[in-house]
Design a protein around this ligand. Sequence first.
Ligand code: XMP
Length: 327
Amino acid sequence: MALESRPENMKRIDSLELAQAYIDERLAMLREQIGDKKVLLALSGGVDSSVVAAMLIRAVGRQLTCVHVNHGLLRKGEPEQVIRVFREEMDANLIYVDAADRFLDKLAGVTDPERKRKIIGKEFIDVFVEEARKLDGISFLGQGTIWPDILESEAGIKAHHNAGGLPEDLRFELVEPVRILFKDEVRMVGRALGLPESMVERQPFPGPGLGVRCPGAITRDRLEAVRESDAILREEFAAAGLAGKVWQYFTVVPDFKSTGIRDGRRTFEWFVIIRAVNTVDAMSATVEEIPFALMQRLVQRITSEVRGVNRVLYDFTPKPCATIEYE
Ligand code: XMP
């Protein structure tokens, strides 16, 4: 199962009926593979791990243990949604670890983008390993590998995000129920499994999360400005019907202040940069033409609702020459 390949003649799963047929087939395979043994899954709340979780819950119920690590760099409302959907609605065996302080303490004063990414990646593994070691009798590790991950790792583009970082005693047999699917198929399967549209249609979100949108050394107050402004942007894009149309949109708050004026007094505060781009493969990207009235509304809301911000800018730069993220 771990080395399963997508059959060349496999029909694209582009309807709920085909998704349901895939689910039925996989549930039988999963039950056969897992039997009465236990499975562990790192559940980030992203599309792939959420669909794997929903599938495994259907297949083996509480034989699955999900671990959701909140590294403090998630978007507003995300950990709450994971808990609501999986623990409350699907009755999953979910361990929620609030590790925000731990991550933010390790990241304090670190300015180099690659070091930030490394710290976040290593700390994530450490927290997951600590939780895994508290559990008894795990035999399998669920993983949200999808077909493009395999293609990209074969082509040498991307180091596959597999269990490689885990210590020897935790290298369980892999369970990869969406391994042969393309992203649009994973979304369709998620929909057929009853996951909320906001989870299934989620825009891409980098593993290091808001950490790369708080350039330079992360501080809690500036991180909060990123999180709050991102929530406003998502709300306004959804209200304007842009949420499903624009490929990726987010805010960035650089460590830089400028003067402003509020209630007749001088302020010296950060600015929020809005980024909204469209792309097919993230290798190049064009900038979304946001209606001016929406832009004005965003400026009004962000400058009045987000603490420590007195200015809003729009990034008009395509990729190349800029990347989508800021670091
Ligand atoms: P860039 O900034 O390179 O981003 O134009 C291209 C796409 O990749 C996402 N991205 C990441 N995803 N870990 C991830 O899982 C990362 O470290 C990372 N950096 C960028 C980015 O959000 C965009 O969709």
